[in-house]
Design a binder for this molecule. Sequence first.
Ligand code: ATP
Ligand code: MG
Length: 700
Amino acid sequence: MAELNSAQTRAAEAAGGPQLILAGAGTGKTRTIVHRIGHLIAACGVAPHRILAVTFTNKAAAELKARLSLLIGDDGGGVTSGTFHSISLKFLRRYADALGYTRSFQVVDADDQKALVKRMLKNRNIATDRLHPSYMLSWIEHCKHAGMTPEQAPDSEWNGIRLHELYAQYQQELSQHERMDFSDLILNAARLMREHADVAVALRAGFDHVLVDEYQDTNPIQHEWLQLLCGEHRNLTVVGDDDQSIYGWRGADVSHILDFELSWRGAGIHRLEENYRSTGAILQLANVIICENADRHEKALKATREDGEKPEWKVCNDEYDEARQILGRIERWRSRGYPWCEMAILYRSNRQSLPLEQLFRESGIPYRIIGGVGFFERMEVKDVLAYWALLNRCGDVLQLLRICNRPKRGLGAMGQEQLAAILAASGMRAYEWLDLIAGGQAEGAAKKLVPLARLLVDVRQDMEAQADRGLNMVLEASGYLQSLSAMGELEAASRIENIRTLQDYIEISMAQGLTPVEFMDRASLLQSSEEMKGNAQDEENAVSMMSLHRAKGLEFDCVVLPGVEEGLLPHQRALDEGESGISEERRLLYVGVTRAREQLLLTSARQRRFFGEMHFPLPSRFIKKLPAEILQQESFAPLTIHAQPAPGGIAPGLQVCHPTFGEGMVLGMEGSGDAMRVTVQFRKVGIKQLMLKYAALQVV
Ligand code: ATP
Ligand code: MG
């Protein structure tokens, strides 16, 4: 116990019975859990396999075991640990027959789930625009998080469709085929104990102690699961921080931790106050941010480390400037001796990764995206790229096949095969072939694509007049956007966000003078995950990028939080939701800030492209009013101003005119020769960076 302070030691060595460790970020909660397990094994003689540790991810479970092994030797590996899901699966493999399954049931993945729901809806003649499979699935998941079986689910209707009936059928189909989905695992494990006394007895007898990390994010069914499992011996230790509860949108209920004493009478309560992770200056910022939240357990959080360097807030011009500034800062940290793997960029929305991915790739700095897919690997991004390529006469056959039935055009697997054969026989490029059938000479499956082919031809003609509107017209007129919006509000919104981001990216690339073919090359480099891995050759030695939600429990020497603006953090959806949503966003920022050990950079942009338009976001309410002693603000340093006028007589301060963007003023220039870039404040479209060589600017 030499590695623990006295409060941690008290918690680690507490007797049996319910124990709650409620403490702020970085106070050693996870470390205390590890030591408590070590203490139970080494000092109390509990057999390792009779201890169950529930963690937030499987990776965290593996880490816990590794740390235990360091502490107490090989015995550490014998502890039973995992997530609620993985442990439930173990239970079910032993006892699923009590629920009418065989023990060799399978767990379906998201694709199978969707396919099943699609089939069900089709059989009932329910069109996807009346009820989208994704919406149906998220409704079912919601019920399962709340612990409700089809019989217990509320009698809800959606466009006249009774959802709980579909839920019942969905469950029936799954069990008929010996399948469970991911959320079934926890619900069914709880049902095992809820409905089968003998199984409950057997499962309870398996463990003498149960410990749960990140308890603030448990949902009602996980809560019940724990009550059923530990109701008898009551040896349940939970640790968490109500200020880090960030999964409310997924049904997590922070009241479980705040009301722990009510559910578990006589619980020992432990508070840890010293933070060992962050420097004093970072901690001060975290404290100031979170204390604005009403309705929280007041917690003292004291620094044990020196003050260190002040966290900084940089205001950038736009998202590409932001990415450049971040890159610059990361290189500086590197030159000061911090390794890549000790740096992380934590963003609110996945779409923020695009400018970062691009610049990191170009600069060769190794990075990896954790727990998500790279921007160009997302379904909707690939779809829209395919549409764009075909529109711009460079799409290939694979791209045409990709979107031929998105949205539905009556081209099922058979139709697509036929189409592939027709295309191969034609010996033409996909877009040439589309031009051909636009005239109407099409047979079989090809007929289904005539409307799309005509649309592309029409839009191309129109585009001569309005260059940047073309893609939008195709996405709308083809029904593609409509097909997304039927996916349920949340999912559609995030996909549409990505599409708009891609459109902005196309626009910027065109303004830089790339031809469509060059653009597709650039995109496909960003697209191939091989490339991405190639960039981060040694997985461990790379800058981490992930969403704030993913970053829970982790720590890094250097952390960047981009996009600390109204609309992103707090997110627009939370703003629409009101006070409770905003409180959760503030906790999310708190989680982000407290991941940093030594260096912390927050950035925001003066303008950000979003949904094809330039927005001028206000700085986040969470940091706006903070004094410079707490958060040092450094505005964007102006670009290097060249004294020499550039080719064409372009120079800072001059009024210029661009064929697409109209009139504006040159703010600055960087680079030289063919690579010279010029930044212009346009009257209508805001600030843009252009390659001077291709920009066709005229001095007015
Ligand atoms: P979070 O709320 O982010 O999950 P936590 O409370 O679980 O944080 P830990 O991750 O356990 O905190 O600890 C934070 C850091 O402080 C770790 O690097 C840990 O090794 C270190 N630490 C914890 N307790 C001590 C201690 N008594 N002495 C020295 N270092 C400590
Ligand atoms: Mg922790």
